[in-house]
Design a protein around this ligand. Structure first.
Ligand code: SF4
Length: 353
């Protein structure tokens, strides 16, 4: 029996160990098809033949509470993503904006921002406002906290925020050289333990390819999730977009490499939804990344291309698409509230009709 077949049998029977998953990540593209079929079967068995599509639009805006400021200036972002967010720097403006959003039938907001030097997003001073808005509206609030402190965890819980989107990275080199963060990896565990203590809904995000566009310690990050969060309801996979203005040279993460990480998550977390999130390479490679992610067993995707959806319908004629005007991390209990109206998804209508 070939080594690939032996590995497949171990994974299929649930007997694979961490070194086996390391071998899986080293497989060549030609050997992946049977693994992708297995991943898709697990997805269909546990979640039905449904693809959830997230299209935040202006119903779920992203807000930066630090404007375009960030003390870390990470290599892969360097404040670029902050500049694309709605910049709101004080509590009055935040309250007015969120109330207006709610009045106009908005679904929710992502509240994010640049980091302080310790890797935390300075959310603390905004949490009384968020608490008030959460109490008086139906908005779903997703937050980026970074490596938060206890007072922030406590207040996030008190404010009743719905989601903490939290990037897990167990690669010392990435933390130091790409995030520019001078902390020990234990800080991630400390932050997760805190959030667990305050019962926050942690949605772990894994960014594939942060190590110069190649795989490096993704396996360790996934192991960290298994050991510290067991079986979260959702894991979001995002992908490095090679920055244009960095002195560091990054490759573009390749579709098979991304799909291997997704399939590995599917094997290790069969009851966990997997989303292909918003940060991922666009341009020519976009469709290939989306197709491979579907083959590898995702259940959610943020703004897929129409061509990918048409292709998936051909591959999988029974597939059902569901549309939500929200971030891809919203909990299942809010799906009804976040369902898209036909006017929100005009670009997709001729595919589903
Ligand atoms: S990856 Fe998903 S949850 Fe995270 S910010 Fe993007 S759309 Fe929102």
């Amino acid at each position: 029996m070939s080594k690939t077949q032996q590995l497949f049998d171990k994974i299929q029977s649930g007997n694979a160990l961490w070194p086996d998953f390391a071998d899986f990540l080293n497989l060549e593209s030609k050997d992946l098809e049977i693994f992708f079929s297995l991943a898709q079967n697990i997805t269909k068995r546990n979640f039905g033949n449904i693809l959830k599509i997230y299209n935040p639009t202006n119903k779920f805006p992203a807000i930066s509470i630090t404007g375009s400021n960030c003390a870390l200036e990470c290599e892969h972002c360097n404040k670029k993503y902050l500049k694309g967010m709605k910049q709101i720097l004080d509590n009055n403006d935040l309250e007015l904006f969120l109330r207006e959003l709610s009045r106009k039938n908005g679904v929710g907001a992502l509240i994010s921002g640049g980091s302080d030097l310790d890797g935390s997003v300075p959310l603390y001073n905004f949490l009384d406002t968020i608490k008030k808005v959460k109490r008086e509206t139906n908005l779903i609030i997703n937050t980026h906290t970074g490596l938060l402190k206890e007072d922030t965890a406590d207040k996030l819980a008190e404010a009743n925020v719905d989601i903490v989107s939290f990037d897990i990275n167990m690669d010392e080199e990435v933390v130091k050289d790409i995030y520019h963060l001078d902390v020990h990896l234990d800080e991630f565990k400390r932050a997760i333990d805190l959030m667990k203590r305050y019962n926050l809904n942690i949605v772990p995000h894994i960014c594939v390819g942060l190590w110069y566009g190649k795989l490096n310690k993704e396996l360790e990050s996934i192991k960290f999730i298994k050991e510290n969060l067991r079986d979260p309801s959702l894991i979001v996979v995002i992908v490095l977009i090679p920055p244009k203005n960095s002195k560091i040279k990054f490759d573009t993460p390749q579709p098979d490499m991304i799909a291997k990480v997704i399939a590995m998550i599917r094997f290790l977390f069969p009851m966990t939804e997997i989303s292909l999130g918003c940060m991922r390479p666009r341009g020519r490679i976009k469709i290939e990344v989306e197709k491979k992610a579907l083959k590898a067993g995702i259940t959610r995707i943020e703004i897929p291309s129409r061509d990918t959806m048409k292709w998936w319908q051909k591959e999988n004629p029974e597939i059902q698409f569901k549309f939500y005007s929200a971030c891809c991390a919203i909990p299942e209990k809010y799906e009804k509230r976040a369902e898209s109206k036909p006017s929100d998804i005009k670009r997709y209508l001729n595919i589903i009709n």
